[in-house]
Design a binder for this molecule. Structure first.
Ligand code: SF4
Length: 675
């Protein structure tokens, strides 16, 4: 038996785990006691994440569509076919007729090469990742207000927080190890404030639980800010020394009336007041919020950051902002520039100096116009302009959030899918390229606490699949580019040259201890645990005045309920990894014994009033369509709210139908469906 320390690649916590191998087989996984993110704890998914590699459903050879059927071919044939087709499409329709999308599960190295292929070899900024539609608001707001699009403090510092606010994220289901840190801090005396529509497990332990109406967070934060200002609890020395635009913010705060806000949010005024005073009086208060499907609009994130600035909760131990990234490499794919308008390191594509810095390294002239994002690309191929898609570990057909992705793919001249499995999306591919799995390659990921760390190779891949970074290198060479990467480590060397805050992150350095938190630079090779310890960055922090939103009409257009999308433990994102892990699949099936066709959650009192029983049929009608599902009756969800587990595709399709903006809050009418 042999053991090796590696990183769990399931969610954004990036727990340290040991993989135990016998011969060329992983026989077990167990937690690292001293890894800073998990300190000896992992969740069910971490114990079984390695099972995916041994799934019998793995793709074994490249597949090429011939006479309508996907057939096994050699790597040579597949790559030459793709190169010829790409060149042909670019010649006929221009570089912007080709688009590149990936999953926020992709490694840093394959993401970096994918966007480099798009920009430097093909000549387009049509690049995005699957979670961009939810999290890019948070990136842009953080960059604008504090200059860094990431968590400011390490996860382990939650143990030193006096107050922890958890907003809109079900930690127990989504990021369980962080949920554990929060509960342990609470047991040691920290005050816990939870703001959510759902009474989840962490909410059950809260000192203050603000069960808010969906979509009203801006008002809540505005009212909290006003209470803090009225009581004179703002941190004026911090504001004076480190912030700008305070006066404009102050003028806007006047518009928030506590009693009105309490009524609109559905939260008692006294509770809002107590939450505001608790947060403001803490010596160190941490604020955790979701950047996932539950993510709110831009103004709600601005309101959150304003509160942290107002109370000076940045740059000190146990405080800070935690924009939580649920996918294991959501932070990394954004850092790597898998964004239609930003290059690696978040430099805007439209800034000449940013392109000029990259061009000599990439030996190419870079396109200056921002590309299209995933939604525009998948909904209607950018009004029909896109003729080819490259999809790396990404399965957009399994969700309806982007409109009818299958229909868009059907109309393309080329669809290339890189994946471990024959996904729903692979059914529309012209070429499918099998990738290596977790444990079969040495690559890096960046966790939600900015920790760049290695996932180690512990076994040899089966014959056939190839690391995605290597597939991209070989394709670029076939297209005539002089790419000469011989390992993922060599790709990281170039990442270090192009992203200043990764300049010290070579594999030798990352292999020591437990990775490094960025900025990890040549001058600071050990990385940076706490941001802003020495003050604001290059610019002062910026307050943004957030106008008070008008109250939404109750019972809008006869749709009195609000449907929200969220997580159920075994409906985790697209389930690809769960479906291919024997143990997790079994657990998933156990849940489906009760609800074999999936379910939506409805509040116990609402269900009683409508005569709906647990396990009974329920009809949901929205402006965009209607659907029948099974009711899971629970006191967890707020009255007036329906929770649909993310990725119950049929439901999304029928309900979201014409919801072209992909809003994750949908007004619906709810009725009992006759059996
Ligand atoms: S919390 Fe996330 S990273 Fe940690 S073991 Fe669970 S799935 Fe893996």
């Amino acid at each position: 038996m042999a053991q090796r320390l590696t990183t769990c690649t399931f969610c954004g916590v990036g727990c340290g785990i040991y993989m135990e191998t016998a011969g060329n087989r992983v026989v077990g996984a167990y937690p690292s006691m001293s890894h800073p993110a998990n300190a000896g704890r992992i969740c069910l998914r971490g114990w079984h994440v390695h099972e995916v590699a041994s799934s019998p459903d793995r793709l074994k050879q490249p597949l090429l569509r011939k006479a309508g059927q996907l057939q096994e071919v050699t790597w040579e044939e597949a790559l030459h076919f793709i190169a010829d087709r790409l060149q042909d499409i670019r010649r006929k329709h221009g570089p912007d007729s080709i688009a590149f999308l990936n999953s926020p599960r992709c490694s840093n190295e394959e993401t970096y090469l994918l966007q480099k292929l798009a920009r430097a070899v093909i000549g387009t900024n049509n690049v995005d990742h699957g979670a961009g539609v939810y999290c890019n608001n948070s990136i842009n707001v953080l960059l604008d207000m504090i200059g860094v699009p990431a968590s400011t403090n390490p996860i382990a510092e939650l143990a030193q927080s006096e107050v922890i606010v958890v907003d809109g994220v079900d930690l127990g289901r989504q990021l369980p190890t962080i949920g554990g840190w929060v509960i342990r801090a609470k047991l040691k005396g920290a005050r816990l404030i939870v703001i959510d529509t759902r009474r989840h497990r962490v909410a059950e332990s809260a000192d203050l639980f603000l069960q808010i109406k969906p979509g009203t967070e801006v008002l809540l934060y505005g009212a909290m800010a006003k209470i803090i200002v009225d009581r004179g609890l703002m941190n004026l020395p911090f504001i004076k020394a480190r912030c700008r635009d305070y006066e404009a913010f102050l003028a806007q705060v006047e518009d928030y009336d506590l009693l009105q806000v309490a009524e609109i949010c559905g939260v008692p005024a006294g509770l809002i007041e107590e939450a505001a005073l608790t947060y403001a009086r803490a010596g160190a208060a941490a604020l955790l919020y979701s950047t996932g499907i539950e993510a709110r609009r831009k103004n709600s994130i601005q309101a959150i950051i304003n509160l942290a600035l107002l109370t000076g909760n940045l740059g000190k131990t146990g405080a800070g902002l935690f924009p939580l990234t649920e996918h294991n490499n959501l932070q990394g794919v954004c850092d790597m520039g898998m964004l239609p308008d930003r290059l690696p390191g978040y430099q805007p594509v439209s800034t000449p100096a940013a392109r000029a810095a990259l061009e000599p390294v990439w030996k190419a002239k870079l396109p200056a116009t921002p590309g299209l994002g995933a939604r525009a690309l998948l909904a209607d191929r950018g009004q029909g302009r896109v003729k080819a898609f490259w999809l790396c570990r990404y399965d957009p057909v399994s969700t309806a959030f982007f409109g009818d992705a299958a229909n868009s793919l059907k109309q393309c001249d080329l669809v290339v899918v890189q994946h471990l499995f024959a996904t729903d999306t692979a059914q529309y591919a012209h070429v499918v390229l099998p990738t290596t799995a977790f444990g079969e390659e040495r690559v890096s990921f960046t966790s939600t606490e900015r920790r760049i760390q290695l996932a180690e190779q512990v076994i040899d891949p089966p014959p056939g699949p190839m690391p995605a970074w290597q597939q991209l290198t070989r394709l670029a060479q076939t297209l005539g580019a002089d790419w000469d990467y011989t390992s993922a480590g060599a790709v990281m060397e170039e990442i270090g040259q192009t992203i200043p805050f990764y300049s010290g992150a070579n594999y030798d350095n990352l292999a020591r201890e437990y990775g490094r938190q960025w900025p990890c630079t040549k001058d600071r090779p050990l990385g940076t645990r706490l941001l802003f310890a020495e003050g604001a960055g290059e610019q002062p922090f910026k307050f943004v005045p957030v106008p008070r939103p008008p109250p939404a009409a109750a019972g809008l257009n006869g749709f009195p309920f609000t449907m929200v999308f969220g997580h159920s433990l075994y409906y985790w994102h697209q389930n690809v990894l769960i479906k291919h892990s024997e143990t997790l699949k079994r657990e998933y099936r156990l849940l489906l014994l009760d609800y074999p066709d999936g379910f939506v959650e409805i509040n116990t009192d609402d269900a009683k009033q409508l005569g709906i029983r647990d396990g009974g049929k329920i009809r949901l009608s929205a402006a965009g369509g209607s659907a029948v599902s099974t009711a899971r009756v629970t006191p967890e969800v707020r009255s007036g709210t329906i929770l649909a587990p993310y990725f119950v595709r049929q439901l999304e399709k029928q309900i979201l139908g014409t919801n072209e903006h992909g809003d994750s809050l949908v007004p619906v009418r709810v009725e009992k469906e006759a059996a």
